[in-house]
Design a binder for this molecule. Sequence first.
Ligand code: SFD
Ligand code: AMP
Length: 611
Amino acid sequence: MAKIKTVFEDCDILVVGGGMGGTGAAYEARYWGRDLKIVVAEKANIDRSGAVAQGLYAINCYMGMQWDENQPEDHVRYARNDLMGLVREDLAYDMARHVDSSVHKFEEWGLPMMRDPKTGRYQREGKWQIMIHGESYKPIVAEAARKSADKIYNRIMITHLLMDESKPNRVGGAVGFNVRTGDFHVFRAKAVIVGAGGASHIFKPRSIGEGMGRTWYAPWSSASAYALPIMAGAKMTQRENRIVLCRFKDGYGPVGAYFLHLKTYTQNAYGDQYEANWYEHTKAMVGDYIDHLPTPTCLRNHAFIEEVKAGRGPIHMVTKEAFQDPHLETVGWENFLGMTVSQAVVWASQDIDPKYTNPELTTSEPYVMGSHATCSGAWASGPEDLSPDEYYWGYNRMMTVDGLFGAGDALGGTAHAFSSGSFTEGRLAAKAAVKYIRDYKNDNIKISDKQYEDLKQTIFQPLDNYQIGRNEITGGTVSPSYILPLHGLQRLEKIMDEYAGGISVNYMTNEPLLQRGLELLATLQEDLNHIGAEDLHQLQRAWELKHRTIASESVVHHTLFRKETRWPGYYYRGDHMKLDDDNWHCLTLSHRDPESGEWTMEKAPVYHIVD
Ligand code: SFD
Ligand code: AMP
């Protein structure tokens, strides 16, 4: 341990993760905090990191207020409807009222926007979505962050937050390691903004073996955005609200551009449009929610899942008609070439030309995130002009740990933010963080040497575990004394899949399964103390796995707590198969005691601030 170099950086604002939320935070922090020191720590390289690394073909959240296309109230109603009534309407409204200005900045910074040739407005894909030539979306927003921050540390994986020792429950920075050099990094900061993205590879994916790196959400989205605040004692919300996505089979290509712009539609193996056939069945489970328009994402999934269970799969996307139009054919291919290249590659490799063959769709494994048609994440304060008392504690987007802010996937209750909304949330969090720093300008953060030295020991322990344990075996990868990151990951995915409602059980779970899942996760946690890392790359994998595991625990606790099936199509509680508005029209909150590791659950009211 002595030979590992320690690098210190003291700053005002530390942004953890330079994705959409993180870049927005860096940009806005500089606007309000001209004299402040702003630092970003990113585990990859912000030019091509996070969910937008490959590019996107649409910005899925744009109001179009300049043309009176939509107003923020409309978006709150849309997100609430899609999430079966339960979102943080204050946060949703706040994001919606600011998101257009972020999109205008993207255009100013060089993002090529498609325009409707007739109206000259941004080309709509759907009511909320606009189309972009977005292969370089991420480098463009990264440039704005680079020009704003004092320093961007690429290749630093943040593993833990630091706590201020002069005041209870206040963050004081973060620590991590450089995944290339192996240096240990200590960031002392007056405020921390977590924008570390969502979580894939929590549940066993449909893709296996050599295809395992292909999932819908980025395989490098490793749940740090949840684990870091959870370990620091921040409350989480709606963690049970994982998302399952309808996707093109094997490449996980998104369907939005196809449904909304190409106007393609689905049918079962026998050519029938099945969705309406499940209307009565779904109504019996969720009541009037099935009559809402657009049909909530989870309920569209539900019809798909039931149709396949009834033996009439596979479900196909009818592309043959739309692809006869050369313009739509181009859009269909470009959509994937600019966002999910592997879908185009899968089609090419499987001899599927959507002009002549209707490709198969599938329902994905569940993902845990906060910015798509789902809102799992940290419990944060709303803005002062909108939020009811229970949702407001002084600083917009501040979690229940003082000085700790979040944006994008990290935050709970803010569904349908997508890339533009996540960037906007980063901006809102940064503005509030600057105010927080100004208000507490006389406070000094106290971090003892012991605090970070202990963490240094913990962080690099897997390298020692490997080096020592390796001597006990002469070949192969199985050791009596350590577990490897890949083995641990597959064990986690299997537990979550079988016990918490993954693909192999048709998204079904119940109380006994969840209880057993918790026991198995506890054993996994014990074994993760003995994880072995062969090199720095594996050390990163080890910490990603630890983050995923603690995030999974929170998902299981929440799923156990909510005794209803609120989102059929995302998951089912077999012991409570109906939506239960009388008892569960509420948000769920969890808290993990950082000392004991004990979880406590509570309900929080859901306030409808928009009619
Ligand atoms: O079609 C650490 N998304 C879409 N958004 C849109 O607006 N339009 C679309 O078309 C979208 N689609 C889509 C989308 C995502 C993906 C993967 C596909 C298709 C294939 C969603 C958005 O991308 C998403 O909402 C935002 O990116 C969320 O932003 P944010 O900031 O919450 O997460 P991030 O961008 O992934 O960034 C996270 C960053 O943190 C880093 N990081 N750094 C240091 N230490 C650690 N421990 C860290 N852990 C993570 C990451 O490297 C990353 O830079 S469609 O499907 O709807
Ligand atoms: P996706 O490509 O599935 O991630 O979706 C992109 C955008 O289109 C998101 O805003 C979705 O909510 C929306 N969307 C996808 N499919 C549909 C559909 N069938 N009806 C309405 N909206 C959809």
